[in-house]
Design a protein around this ligand. Structure first.
Ligand SMILES: *[C@@H]1O[C@H](CO)[C@@H](O)[C@H](O)[C@H]1NC(C)=O
Ligand SMILES: *[C@@H]1O[C@H](CO)[C@@H](O)[C@H](O)[C@H]1NC(C)=O
Ligand SMILES: *[C@@H]1O[C@H](CO)[C@@H](O)[C@H](O)[C@H]1NC(C)=O
Ligand SMILES: *[C@@H]1O[C@H](CO)[C@@H](O)[C@H](O)[C@H]1NC(C)=O
Ligand SMILES: *[C@@H]1O[C@H](CO)[C@@H](O)[C@H](O)[C@H]1NC(C)=O
Ligand SMILES: *[C@@H]1O[C@H](CO)[C@@H](O)[C@H](O)[C@H]1NC(C)=O
Ligand SMILES: *[C@@H]1O[C@H](CO)[C@@H](O)[C@H](O)[C@H]1NC(C)=O
Ligand SMILES: *[C@@H]1O[C@H](CO)[C@@H](O)[C@H](O)[C@H]1NC(C)=O
Ligand SMILES: *[C@@H]1O[C@H](CO)[C@@H](O)[C@H](O)[C@H]1NC(C)=O
Ligand SMILES: *[C@@H]1O[C@H](CO)[C@@H](O)[C@H](O)[C@H]1NC(C)=O
Length: 619
């Protein structure tokens, strides 16, 4: 739970100095303050070494192993003991910073359990601080006890500009302490506040979670009372002790804050997020060393390749602890990919929802720009939809739950996230499926943020995927939430029919697009003919008809006629609500492609039929 304000590199050896210098030269603007778990300090000098009994050492080794194993799956902390005989009993605790869970917590705890025995040999008790976690063990039961030593601090370089800031900062921190220690027993809180119209500040308070609310409050108040002497004149400080931590900074240093407030703004002209890249790199987005990624992807071998994403190849990797990850690698040849890479980092790191893919870490070393995601064992939706064998496993219940999940993810982007986000490239290959077949929207390389109140935007650069792009976007470069709704409608009809809109015209021999074919069947009153026969056994007819109805509403020619995603979610949730009658769908889309949907797909590269196009519109 401890984070350096600025990494003090006291023990750099020559190699790392050279390395850092090279890194600095090539990626000056990309250097991230956040690193993988880094040692901060320990309390070993507070106790004298003395030989441990074999029995105690054995229990100690066991508890360190137990804690390290536990960290991968816990909520980010645990405290427990081992042994019955009180001369050999060991109490142990770890606590990761509250925005750090799962792999990164485990990564830190594993490093801490390894290092504590080296740094504090022959100690019956010890505490070790790392950037994002704390580890503690003792022969005495310390659970619930407030320990405010050893108190340490780290300061930023800049001076605070005004007395006003000092007062506001202190009040803000007091507020955070109140929030961390109210009846919810959370024992941590992080947030930001506006110091002025142009300046924002961020804070975090946290206790080890063996404490009570009262104990936590007591610890944090004690630390806060030390601020005037040590720290308040500096812009950026951090004070910590065994039981708690406080940090104040001008940068948003934590990952997902508790009460979202906009810290990035969309440029009204372009929709790109600003301020650009630096902020996210200040956000402690964890980094994984390149060497680890190279190792776990077989040096980006062909056999580990999963496919091509929007701006580079995607590889599967297995981390040393056995966890599976997907690594997206920006191809060095593509200049435009670089913008998309930044865009992706900005959006994914700021957004969190069960129907969006989760970014775990990044790696910017040498010429490599890599993004590390949770691995999705069931690949992308297109792979299931358009493969004759795989498709048989998609019954109606599952299809409907996928439709619902995508709708909720998109609703979050459009209306519920801090930023209003238009994805602009929603398609079957950008919907990934986890081990339970929950859909997760991915690939934010083309996404744009909108300000509340802004209805639509124009672009000269039409980017997206034929077959999914709304007519007003293809023709005029106008995009809005309604162009995503259009893509969603296409996806719904594809899920029901098992056919690609892109290529339907040519491959199915109907001489019309999937949309027009659906429309024709709808008008004839035979819309169930659209449904793929594999769904026949499991489906509920009126649910299918409702979904086709909703799909057709979403692909209507006129964007104004299309529902919003919140309408769609409501319509999907209700069995009884009478749905509006759809008007004619857009004409143009299916004819713009000469791709053949029946092209066979390989397992390795499930998305190679979906070419994301980039096209400068002549004006
Ligand atoms: C502990 O003491 C040793 C020897 O006096 C010293 O070198 C080391 O820096 C101290 N460690 C800490 C964390 O204070
Ligand atoms: C803790 O470690 C010991 C020894 O390695 C092992 O026997 C025990 O099952 C572990 N307990 C848990 C809960 O993992
Ligand atoms: C803490 O870790 C121990 C040992 O691994 C485990 O038995 C216990 O269930 C964990 N406690 C919690 C609350 O996760
Ligand atoms: C506890 O362990 C110590 C050392 O192993 C042993 O001498 C002592 O008899 C044990 N006490 C009990 C009550 O088991
Ligand atoms: C062991 O128990 C005795 C009696 O309850 C107590 O006095 C002693 O402090 C305990 N030892 C440790 C290391 O906790
Ligand atoms: C910050 O303030 C201290 C003491 O007032 C002063 O010595 C120092 O030069 C200042 N640093 C900067 C960067 O202004
Ligand atoms: C306690 O604080 C949390 C935020 O941490 C807030 O959501 C909750 O409403 C507060 N509860 C009370 C009883 O004040
Ligand atoms: C904080 O500042 C930002 C940008 O200046 C602004 O959009 C936001 O509404 C402000 N928040 C509050 C709570 O005043
Ligand atoms: C990985 O590939 C790079 C470039 O092709 C090469 O320089 C490096 O030696 C390779 N590393 C391993 C471990 O194979
Ligand atoms: C999804 O993945 C899980 C775990 O890898 C697997 O057991 C299951 O069969 C997959 N489901 C489908 C429909 O392929």
């Amino acid at each position: 739970m401890i984070v350096y304000y600025s990494m003090e590199r006291t023990k750099l050896n020559l190699i790392s100095i050279i390395f850092c210098f090279l890194l600095f030269l090539s990626f000056k603007q990309l250097i991230t303050k956040a690193q993988s778990p880094t040692y901060v300090g320990d309390d070993c000098n507070y106790t004298k070494p003395k030989p441990l009994t074999n029995a105690y050492q054995t229990n100690l080794n066991s508890i360190l192993l137990n804690l390290s194993n536990d960290a991968a799956t816990s909520k980010g902390y645990n405290y427990t003991s081992i042994g019955d005989n009180n001369t050999t009993k060991v109490y142990g605790l770890y606590d990761c910073r509250s925005d750090v869970v799962g792999f990164f917590c485990q990564f830190c705890v594993a490093a801490a359990t390894r290092e504590v025995l080296q740094r504090c040999p022959n100690r019956a008790s010890a505490t070790i601080f790392f950037t994002i976690c704390i580890l503690r063990y003792s022969n005495e039961n310390f659970f619930g006890k407030v320990i405010t030593y050893p108190a340490w601090n780290h300061l930023g370089d800049k001076n605070v500009s005004s007395v006003v800031e000092i007062q506001k900062g202190e009040d803000f921190m007091k507020g955070l302490i109140r929030k961390a220690t109210n009846q919810t027993n959370q024992l941590f809180y992080m947030d930001g506040f506006n110091l002025s119209s142009t300046q924002r500040r961020y804070g975090l308070v946290q206790c080890t979670r063996d404490l009570t609310n009262e104990g936590c409050g007591q610890c944090l108040e004690t630390l806060l009372s030390k601020i005037p002497k040590c720290c308040e004149h500096k812009l950026g400080w951090q004070v910590g002790c065994v039981s708690c931590l406080i940090r104040y900074d001008e940068n948003m240093f934590y990952l997902h804050n508790q009460s979202p407030s906009p810290s990035v703004q969309a440029d009204p002209q372009t929709g790109w997020l600003t301020p650009a890249y630096e902020e996210i790199l200040n956000a402690d987005l964890p980094t994984i060393p390149l060497i680890t990624i190279q190792h776990c992807t077989g040096n980006f071998s062909e056999t580990s390749k999963l496919g091509e994403g929007g701006f580079g190849s995607v590889y599967k990797g297995i981390l040393p602890d056995g966890r599976e990850i997907a690594v997206k690698r920006l191809s060095s040849s593509s200049g435009q990919g670089s913008e998309e890479f930044k865009n992706e980092v900005m959006f994914i790191a700021k957004l969190q929802h069960r129907n969006l893919v989760r970014l775990l870490a990044c790696c910017l070393e040498g010429n490599e720009k890599l993004l590390v995601y949770e691995f999705m064992p069931n690949a992308s939706l297109d792979f299931h939809l358009f493969d004759d064998e795989k498709r048989k496993k998609l019954d109606w219940k599952l299809s409907l739950s996928i439709i619902n999940g995508i709708a909720k993810g998109l609703l979050y982007l459009h209306e519920d996230s801090r930023l209003r986000v238009i994805h602009r490239d929603l398609k079957a290959s950008n919907v990934l499926l986890d081990h339970e077949m929950n859909p997760k929207i991915s690939d934010f390389g083309l996404a744009r943020a909108f300000d509340i109140g802004q209805i639509q935007a124009n672009t000269r650069r039409i980017m997206g995927t034929y077959g999914y792009m709304a007519p007003e976007y293809t023709m005029e470069g106008v995009f809005s939430v309604k162009s995503d709704v259009f893509s969603f409608g296409v996806l719904v009809l594809e899920i029901i029919s098992g056919k690609k809109n892109n290529g339907f015209y040519l491959s199915e021999g109907h001489g019309q697009s999937l949309l027009l074919y659906t429309w024709k069947k709808w008008c004839e009153g035979n819309c169930l003919e659209l449904m793929d026969s594999v769904l026949e056994k499991s489906c509920i007819h009126n649910e299918v008809v409702r979904c086709i109805n909703i799909g057709l509403l979403c692909v209507q020619e006129d964007a104004a006629d299309r529902p919003t995603m919140s309408n769609v979610v409501v319509m999907l949730a209700s069995d009884t609500m009478t749905l509006p009658k759809p008007k004619h769908p857009a004409f143009s889309i299916g004819r713009m492609t000469n791709e053949d949907a029946s092209t066979s797909k390989s397992f390795k590269d499930p998305s190679n039929n979906d070419v994301t196009i980039s096209n400068i519109l002549p004006r």
